[in-house]
Design a protein around this ligand. Structure first.
Ligand code: ATP
Ligand code: GCO
Length: 180
């Protein structure tokens, strides 16, 4: 598999640890691009959500079936020729390998936020099943997006609009004049 396949990116996976701002950035991208959208967390089996709610981090075995479901969603959109945006923590490179395997249009937008800001955001967020205590394991598991992976890493510390602008600028550059 070729991580940097030269295919116009039409499937954006907004990735990052819990609380980094994936949903917020994805909403901004959907507003600006009008592409189809799915919240990756909605595809977690109930057992995964209950595990996180009880304060236990997911492991690879918990995540593989979920990631395969998301890859299927991406594949359906690719096949239909429909551009799409999905949020997914995609914490490890091997998870991203699964998502892009056979799906050359996949392009990652990694929203990065330092641990202090992350704790602050998650502690202020009410009514979410993900307890702040799981942040450390999210950060320990994270393998940041690498240079040879199609996509962009952006700091999520700015305003949502600024983060979205930065993602879109890089997306436009990667899509080239024909991909607008
Ligand atoms: N750029 C930003 N500036 C200020 N606050 C932000 C920004 N992005 C997100 N937030 C806030 O931080 C919190 C986490 O954001 P969000 O839910 O988008 O993250 P997430 O990565 O989708 O989280 P999870 O994966 O746990 O669902 C929310 O309360 C959101 O309003
Ligand atoms: O891979 C994981 O551990 C999970 O996807 C988590 O990241 C949460 O589902 C999500 O971020 C919601 O808080």
């Amino acid at each position: 598999m070729e991580p940097n396949a030269q295919v116009a990116p039409t499937s954006i996976v907004v990735m990052g640890v819990s609380g980094s701002g994936k949903s917020t950035v994805a909403a901004g991208l959907v507003d600006r691009l009008g592409w189809d959208f799915a919240e990756g967390d909605d595809f977690h089996p109930k057992a995964n959500v209950e595990k996180m709610r009880s304060g236990q981090p997911l492991d690879d075995d918990d995540r593989w079936p979920w990631l395969r479901t998301l890859a299927g969603w991406i594949g359906e959109h690719e096949q239909a020729g429909t551009s799409a945006i999905v949020t997914c923590s995609a914490l490890k490179r091997s998870y991203r390998d699964l998502l892009r395997d056979g799906h050359p249009s996949v392009w990652f937008a990694h929203v990065t936020v330092d641990a202090e800001l992350l704790r602050d955001r998650v502690q202020k967020r009410a009514g979410h099943y993900m307890p702040p205590s799981l942040l450390e394991s999210q950060l320990a598991t994270l393998q940041p997006l690498q240079d040879d992976e199609q996509g962009v890493s952006v700091s999520g510390a700015g305003t949502p609009d600024a983060v979205v602008d930065e993602v879109l600028a890089r997306l436009a550059a990667d899509r080239g004049p024909a991909g607008t």
